[in-house]
Design a protein. Structure first.
Length: 142
């Protein structure tokens, strides 16, 4: 699975997966602006392109690898979040979880857009995040 520090224009496809769990970093009814500071994720179980269950799970002030292990233990395959530090993103990706960063908006609308493949069309990109361009980080291009 390629790292997703920069989301690709085509977004994530569920075509080959009939059942999976995704996590959305939430703050009330919106995507939390910064994953590193979020205290709650919504874990949604998806089957055949529909949400069949959802639950809120607490996240404490854990270190990146602890949060990654917790998400992995819940069976999460995809994390949708706002801004996220490189340390958190790498820890999560190393646990086999795809990170879709720099997303904002209403949680239900973001979930629906993920399910129908329109999440990466631009309507949910965080303002000023530069989606569609390669992102530059301290280690060079990614």
């Amino acid at each position: 699975m390629p790292p997703l520090w920069h989301a690709k224009c085509c977004g994530y496809s569920m075509k080959n997966e009939s059942r999976q769990k995704i996590a959305l970093a939430v703050w009330g009814n919106i995507i939390s602006p910064v994953f590193d500071a979020t205290r709650t994720v919504l874990v949604a179980e998806i089957a055949d392109g529909k949400v069949i269950g959802r639950r809120l799970e607490p996240l404490g002030p854990e270190l990146p690898y602890e949060r990654a292990l917790r998400l992995s233990a819940w069976g999460v395959r995809v994390l949708i979040c706002g801004a996220i530090s490189m340390g958190f993103a790498r820890s999560i990706e190393l646990n086999g979880i795809q990170v879709i960063p720099f997303i904002s908006g209403d949680v239900r609308q973001v979930t629906d857009a993920y399910l129908n493949g329109t999440l990466m069309t631009g309507a949910f990109h965080m303002p000023g995040c530069g989606m569609g361009r390669k992102r530059r980080f301290r280690g060079g291009n990614r």
